[in-house]
Design a binder for this molecule. Structure first.
Ligand code: LLP
Length: 434
């Protein structure tokens, strides 16, 4: 359930009419609902009742500091995959001691910054990464708390681009190598083995792959302990899917029950890293119709948002429901239209849907855009990065300003040899003649 509902035919974010926000900030823009974020967090936390659990929100899903802060106030930690994300989490008020550092390609600088900040744990994804971390930690005189992210070779039954737990994926240590990597970790200076981590993919719609992978890591914890390793943390990753269309993902409650069955009385602190589940349905992308173009094959609704603002439909053929901000009267005829952006690529489409045919200037809301929306935006076609607005009851606040074309141009410059500045060009020509 979310808090983007119609009142007398007009869409509101909590107590705020979307059309008012559109007038205030201009379109396109992302709009997030605090009540929805909080609700999703609480539903997930409740489903884990009875476990010694800690929720580290996967910041990559939506890394605006206001979103992180809203969750941090509820007790969420953070799962980060870059120093940029770590900085965001810290600025948003997540204590370093509640930050998990994941990622397949951490640089030495990133490792050093994470260690100096005092993060809770670094999830190591390969044997060479472990060696480097040992060197970096030893040179700083710090012991790194480490979990090894394992790759259980389990098919998450999701889109191939967001599946991470098969042996052909780049993530985690291959299952047969795992005991050897733990043995090496125990012998290395600067490494303090604390746990096991697993994350098999995103937008999972079935509990079975989770059950299989989690069962494997629970057995692994027992074996590692028998081998003398002190395993205190079990990081079960994120990945629980959400409805975009007619999917029926397992509920957080069903997921929690499954985890309790599989983990039993393992006596581990269990970390979860949900991203999409928390943020996905807490955000919409609001866009305005620029033009209606009736072709022989199709009717195109050309809007002012594009694939650079929300790339999921282009990248993963993902479906996002598109709805009018002002509802059409009852009984209005539905037409199949293709909603497209203005970018010069055929792939710049939000998909074909049946809609009461919108007209120029109408506002549309692209739903379920709170996760992997704004964070994946680019400035392709020199389009400004769209603002983000957060609503809380009757309050609304711009939590990221539009990053304008002028902002972008201010960071570019002409090299001397192309400059109109006589002196600089003269110097350049003189050097060329020498
Ligand atoms: N933990 C790790 C180690 C991850 O790699 C991810 C997501 C998560 C947690 C959070 O997963 P979630 O609960 O959000 O499913 N851009 C794609 C999704 C990429 C997910 C990457 N990793 C999309 O738009 O569908």
């Amino acid at each position: 359930m979310d808090h983007f509902q119609y009142r007398s035919g007009e869409m509101f974010a909590e107590e705020v009419p979307i059309s008012r926000l559109a007038d205030d900030v201009g379109t396109p823009f992302y709009c997030y609902s605090t009540a929805t974020l909080k609700r999703h967090y609480r539903v997930f936390a409740d489903a884990l009742n009875g476990l010694d659990a800690s929720i580290c929100y996967a910041v990559k899903a939506n890394s605006n500091i206001a979103v992180i802060a809203a969750l941090a106030r509820l007790g969420a930690g953070a799962d980060v995959v870059s120093i940029g994300e770590m900085k965001r989490a810290l600025v948003a008020g997540v204590p370093a001691a509640n930050i998990l550092f994941s990622g397949v390609g951490k640089t030495e600088d990133e490792m050093a910054s994470a260690l100096k900040a005092g993060v809770l744990q670094i999830n190591v994804e390969s044997a060479p990464e472990l060696e480097t971390l040992s060197t970096v930690a030893s040179s700083l005189g710090i012991d790194a708390n480490v979990a090894i992210r394992v790759n259980p070779d389990v098919d998450a039954l999701t889109h191939e681009k967001i599946s991470t737990g098969k042996s052909e994926n780049k993530f985690g240590v291959d299952w047969p190598e795992v005991p050897g990597v733990y043995a090496r970790a125990a012998a290395l200076p600067g490494i303090n083995v604390t746990g096991v981590a697993v994350h098999i993919g995103s937008q999972l719609l079935d509990l079975d792959p989770f059950r299989q992978a989690y069962g494997m890591v629970v057995d692994l914890v027992r074996t590692l302990r028998a081998d003398g390793h002190r395993i205190e943390h079990l990081d079960l990753g994120g990945g629980l899917g959400i409805p975009y269309d007619n999917e029926q993902p397992p509920s957080p409650k069903e997921y929690g029950t499954m985890v309790k069955e599989v983990v039993g009385d393992l006596d581990c602190k269990i970390f979860f890293e949900p991203g999409r589940l928390i943020a996905g349905n807490a955000g919409i992308l609001v866009t305005r119709v620029v033009r209606v173009k009736k072709g022989t094959a199709r009717t195109f609704i050309i809007v002012d948002a594009a694939m650079n603002d929300l790339v999921r439909p282009t990248l993963y053929n993902a479906h996002h429901a598109i709805v009018p901000v002002n509802e059409a009267p009852d009984g209005a005829k539905l037409t199949e239209v293709e909603v497209v952006g203005p970018i010069c690529e055929t792939g710049d489409t939000f998909g074909r849907q049946f809609l009461p045919e919108p007209g120029e200037g109408d506002l549309l809301a692209i739903r379920t855009a709170g996760a992997y929306g704004a964070v994946m935006a680019s400035a392709y076609n020199t389009r400004a990065l769209v603002p983000e607005v957060m609503v809380n009851g009757a309050d609304a606040s711009v939590i990221r300003d539009r990053i304008s074309v002028d902002d972008m141009l201010s960071r570019e410059s002409l090299p001397d040899w192309l400059s109109d500045d006589e002196e600089a060009r003269g110097q350049e020509q003189k050097e060329a003649g020498d």
